[in-house]
Write a protein that binds this ligand. Structure first.
Ligand code: URA
Length: 216
């Protein structure tokens, strides 16, 4: 995991398997089914990396041989919060890793003219003492990402309890996000070159939602 020198809250997940799978996903010839499978797999690997600092406590259990105090994750169950709809594919991979995690949803779409996020659905688990992982594959302008964290803040979740997981980020979005929520750690597989005039990440992978669901 590499901490980016320009954005102190940004971490690049440089595991070879993550990098390899991202390359397969970027390829425009990748089928919808292939893209979806890879998204699930890469999210699981990314989830493994970003949960390595979760605090542990111990629980008294009986093995077939003896009693022992065995390590278990402390605190309330994790909450995975996909930003609809592209975040859904990533949430699936994380659930395979942490089956007991709760799942909230934040429904946002990007207004094509203003490029600003418009909120249409918010459903979240109880916030108290819980770590929330927001998932959205593309951190592009940063507007939706900032908005999603604002929604959690409004719901009573402090920045310290929030992590943001993106597949690919643009420097423009990373800067906007850092300015708004410097305490929220952002994890991504790649920090790409720039945004184009339509706010797509370059080189990126196109529209993540369309590629995952086979829409246009
Ligand atoms: N959303 C996407 O799906 N792709 C981009 O490149 C930018 C935003």
């Amino acid at each position: 995991m590499i901490n980016h020198p320009e954005f102190p809250n940004l971490f690049i997940l440089d595991h070879p398997l993550i990098q390899h799978k991202l390359t397969l996903m970027r390829d425009k010839e990748r089928s919808t089914g292939g893209f979806r499978t890879l998204l699930r797999e890469i999210s699981l690997l990314m989830g493994y990396e970003i949960t390595r600092d979760l605090p542990l406590t111990t629980e008294r259990i009986d093995t077939p041989l003896t009693a022992m105090d065995a390590p278990v994750i402390a605190g309330k169950k994790l909450a995975i919060v996909p930003v609809l709809r592209a975040g859904l594919g990533m949430a699936q991979g994380l659930h395979e890793l942490v089956p007991s995690a709760r799942e909230g949803h934040i429904g946002l779409y990007r207004d094509h003219d203003t490029k600003q996020p418009v909120e249409y659905l918010v459903k979240l688990p109880e916030p108290e003492g819980r770590v929330f992982i927001i998932v959205d594959p593309m951190l592009a302008t940063g507007n939706s990402a900032v908005h999603a964290v604002d929604v959690l803040n409004r719901h009573g979740v402090p920045d310290e309890n929030i992590r943001f997981l993106a597949l690919v980020a643009a420097p423009e979005g990373a800067a906007v996000f850092y300015a708004a929520h410097p305490k929220v750690k952002v994890f991504t597989a790649a920090l790409d070159s720039h945004l184009d005039e339509n706010a797509y990440i370059v080189p990126g992978l196109g529209d993540a939602g369309d590629r995952m669901f086979g829409t246009k």
